[in-house]
Ligand binder design. Structure first.
Ligand code: MLT
Length: 313
């Protein structure tokens, strides 16, 4: 039986406010987007599909439905959605490009501070009833040179926040406007110069053919000994084995990593390396960001289902 109301298939956990935006205008169905067979079956009847980053929306999923009009990514990155395949089938792809940028920048700062002061290890020892005060000597951020790789929206927010720690900011981004960089008090430099000058390096790039593996063993060998590296952007921008080796050798003092080349995962060369702090892709996992991401894309989905113009978010 063909349902009267358009069917919106939600394939991952989204903020409850998403349901308020849809109201009774659509029929909401849920599926676990990581269960491939279930997803392929459920999408057949769907007019809209809502995902976060765990559901792979590839050509096979898109072909499994003749009704699908819109795929919504409740977040920024579209790397789990095959956009050309969607476009070929006339399926609109929408995302929420600014919904979680503050949360992502704040998480990068949190990882940096956690590495600089070894907070997780210190916490763990005290939880084990051990008082090891002298084992945990950190470094201050003040006076350090911070290299921001990628001065897009999130990189800029990170730079603004790091300025408050009285750091010197340098950035590598071939597409950044020199005027905007200057406004942020950030000097634009080449990648090689950033690698050799920075005490702290944080990457804020999308993952593309050009950026995958950008920070590889060769790049890590150029860094200052004792550099701290943060990646809350995308897994695979930094060669994970090379980073693990560089931390073990002492070339890199420590690293804070939120994203991995394969996700979800419980196995990665960076796991268990002393000095490396990892979190399971939590950059956007705040109440505020999830609320914005969900409601922004829900509004776009409603417009698309009504056949109305969907403005860029
Ligand atoms: C994004 O691209 O929006 C982030 O990686 C966060 C997420 O996937 O939820």
């Amino acid at each position: 039986m063909t349902p009267n109301r358009p069917v919106v298939l939600i394939a991952e956990k989204l903020a409850p406010s998403v349901l308020d935006v849809f109201g009774s205008e659509v029929e909401i169905r849920h599926v676990d987007g990581t269960d491939r067979a279930a997803l392929l079956a459920a999408v057949a009847d769907a007019d809209a599909l809502l995902v976060r980053s765990a559901t792979q929306v590839d050509a096979e999923v898109l072909k499994a439905s003749d009704r699908l009009k819109v795929v919504a990514r409740a977040g920024v990155g579209l790397d789990n959605v095959e956009v050309p395949a969607a476009t070929e089938r006339g399926v609109l792809v929408v995302n929420a490009p600014t919904s979680n940028i503050v949360s992502a920048a704040e998480h990068a700062v949190a990882l940096l501070l956690a590495v600089a002061r070894q907070i997780p290890d210190a916490h763990a020892t005290l939880q084990d009833h051990e008082w090891k005060r002298s084992a945990f000597s950190g470094i201050e951020l003040r006076g350090k040179t911070v290299g921001v790789v990628g001065l897009g929206k999130i990189g800029q927010l990170f730079a603004q926040r790091l300025a408050a720690f009285e750091t010197t900011l340098i950035a590598y981004d071939p597409y950044a406007s020199p005027a905007r960089a200057a406004q942020l008090g950030t000097e634009l430099v080449s990648l090689d110069e950033l690698l050799t000058r920075a005490d702290i390096i944080s990457v804020h790039l999308p993952k593309t053919k050009e950026t995958a593996g950008l920070i590889n063993a060769e790049a890590l060998a150029k860094t200052k000994k004792g550099v701290i590296i943060v990646n809350a952007a995308r897994g695979g921008l930094i060669d994970e084995q090379a980073l693990a080796d560089a931390v073990r050798s002492g070339q890199v003092r420590g690293a804070g990593v939120d994203v991995f080349s394969k996700e979800p995962t419980t196995d990665n060369p960076l796991f268990g390396v002393p000095g490396v702090i990892v979190t399971p892709h939590l950059g956007a996992s705040t109440a505020e960001a999830q609320d914005r991401a969900g409601t922004d894309v829900a509004r776009s989905v409603l417009l698309a289902l009504r056949g109305d113009f969907v403005p860029d978010a």
